[in-house]
Structures are given as structure tokens and as C-alpha cells.
Write a protein that binds this ligand. Structure first.
Ligand code: SAM
Length: 287
């Protein structure tokens, strides 16, 4: 099979990371995630100062160092995972000076980060366990890393035709009442043209945050006792990237060369999506 012959940049087989977590700690999955999220983005990794949000047991901080990162700071809300991460990177033979793990709420932590302190920020597997998606992206914009890599469970996209039509009607009304534009008259051709724009034009996108509960006792869950979390639709993520001035591209997991999708079905079914976002004009270490 393709995976068996392909050399992965990071191999989690027989490492401590398979024992230190019950959260999807499967070598095949970790190898592919490290490959696609990290190894194939050398511009974002080699020689860079990385901030790993929700670093868990250090799995992707380790992968970043293995792929040539200069330094990694991991922030993790559960103290026991922080302890595991420190132990794991030591066992894995990483240089002590190359990493640091901090226990804390990543939303609070981001507020204390200085602009330019990190070249690349990872946000893997935690965006959907928060309710502060807008705050997080605003803070990351302020910190202004060269790259921001987001890998997250997403809500299913909603066409929201009725909301789009309502938005169109509200904007048309504002055009007339507040901007002094002429009231539009509709013939059938114009109606069809406008309807097409409303259904397809990105100006009429809608983004949604779906709020749900999870069991906050679980090792991979939100750290908030209530268990409240929110899943963003991909459109919302795109809209926020646009709003905060990121250039972003969504990765196509079906084109990464994966033939054995065992333990990766969330990517195949697009329940999970990955974006590589950049802030144009940011110059950071070793660029
Ligand atoms: C599903 S795991 C993802 C771990 C890893 N980043 C990955 O992608 O495999 C989510 C992690 O986020 C941590 N977490 C959840 N909410 C957090 C918060 N507000 N601040 C810091 N860590 C948080 C959890 O303790 C858990 O370790």
C-alpha cells in the first residue's frame, strides 16, 4: 500500500505518544497529521518559533521540532497533559532548550503574547472545543505570525437561502432609505440575475457557529466545566480569515496521497478541515 512505501517525515510508531493519550493516539493517524499539517509546510516550520495551542501530550510540538522548528511553546489547559508533554519530549530526545510547555487557557494565554513573538501558530483539534473563535482569530491577527495553521472539526455547511434573501432585502432597503439609491424595479431577467447572485455570490455568504455541549471530563474536551463549545462552518472560518486580513487556503485531504483512510475518516468525510493561513507582509525569523 502507498503508505507502507512512503517515508513519513515523522513516525509515531513505537513512541511514547501512543501511551500518553487516549485521544486518537494511533500512529497511522498521527503520522499523516504530522505529514500534512507540518512536514509539507516547510516555510512555516524550518527555523521557526512555533506556538502550539492545545499542545496536549506534546505530539505536534515534537513533530514540529522533528521537522526543523527552532523552538516550540505549547499551551495546554490540562496540567496532566502538560506533564506528559514535558516527559514525552525528554524521552524522545528533544533538546531541553527547544521547547516549553505552559499550563493555561489558550484564550487567556494569547492575550499575553506580544506581537511578533511567534513565526507560526498551530491550532490543531481545539477550535471546535472553544466558544471564543472570533477572539482567537483577532488575537492571532494582533500577534501577526507569518503562518497560522488551523485543523478543526467543523459544522456542516449551511446554504441558508432564506437568510441570504433576507440579507439581500435588508441591504436593498438600506440602499434606498440610508444611501439615497433608487428603488430597484424587477423584470424577470433581472430577478433571475439577482437571485443567482444571492445564492452564489460570496457577498451573500453566511457563516454559522453551532453551539453544543460535550462532557468536559473527557481528556480531549473543552476545559470549561459547562462543556459548552461551538463548531464553526467552513464559510465562517473563511469569512473571519477575510475579515482579519489573512490569506488562506483550505487543504484538500483527498489529494494528499492517502490510500488507507483507517483512523482518518473525519478528514475524508470533511467533518474536519485544515487551513494554511498567512498574513501578507509579515517577516519573521529566518525569512
Ligand atoms: C482534541 S485534543 C487535541 C490535541 C492536539 N492538539 C491534536 O490536535 O491532536 C484538545 C486539547 O485541547 C485542550 N483544551 C481544550 N480547551 C482548551 C483551552 N481553552 N485552553 C487550552 N487547552 C484546551 C484539551 O485539554 C485537549 O488536550
Amino acid at each position: 500500500m502507498l503508505e507502507k512505501t512512503r517515508k513519513m517525515a515523522v513516525n509515531f510508531q513505537n513512541t511514547v505518544f501512543l501511551e500518553s493519550s487516549v485521544v486518537n493516539a494511533v500512529a497511522h493517524r498521527l503520522n499523516w497529521r504530522a505529514e500534512v499539517l507540518i512536514a509539507r509546510n516547510p516555510d512555516a516550520i524550518a527555523g521557526k518559533r512555533i506556538l502550539d495551542l492545545a499542545s496536549h501530550d506534546g505530539r505536534f510540538s515534537y513533530a514540529a521540532l522533528a521537522c526543523g522548528a527552532r523552538h516550540v511553546v505549547g499551551v495546554e489547559g490540562r496540567e496532566r497533559h502538560v506533564q506528559s508533554a514535558r516527559r514525552n519530549l525528554q524521552v524522545a530526545g528533544c533538546n531541553d532548550d527547544a521547547y516549553e510547555f505552559v499550563a493555561g487557557d489558550l484564550v487567556e494565554f494569547l492575550r499575553g503574547v506580544k506581537s511578533g513573538e511567534f513565526d507560526t501558530i498551530f491550532c490543531f483539534g481545539v477550535f471546535s472545543h472553544l466558544i471564543e473563535q472570533v477572539d482567537v482569530l483577532r488575537e492571532i491577527r494582533r500577534i501577526a505570525p507569518g503562518h497560522f495553521i488551523l485543523d478543526t472539526f467543523v459544522a456542516k455547511e449551511k446554504r441558508n437561502l432564506l437568510e441570504r434573501v433576507r440579507n439581500y432585502r435588508v441591504n436593498s432597503w438600506v440602499d434606498v432609505t440610508q444611501l439615497g439609491k433608487k428603488r430597484r424595479r424587477y423584470g424577470m431577467p433581472r430577478f433571475i440575475r439577482e437571485l443567482r447572485a444571492v445564492t452564489t455570490d460570496s457577498a451573500y455568504r453566511t457563516g454559522t457557529l453551532v453551539f453544543l455541549y460535550e462532557n468536559a471530563e473527557a481528556d480531549g474536551a473543552t476545559i470549561r466545566k459547562s462543556g459548552l463549545m461551538a463548531w464553526a462552518t467552513p464559510s465562517l472560518v473563511d469569512m473571519l480569515f477575510d475579515y482579519y486580513g489573512f490569506e488562506s487556503r483550505m487543504l484538500d485531504w483527498s489529494r494528499q496521497g492517502i490510500s488507507d483512510w483507517t483512523d482518518l475518516l473525519d478528514y475524508r468525510k470533511r467533518d474536519r478541515e485544515t487551513w494554511i493561513a498567512r498574513l501578507p507582509g509579515q517577516l519573521h525569523s529566518s525569512q
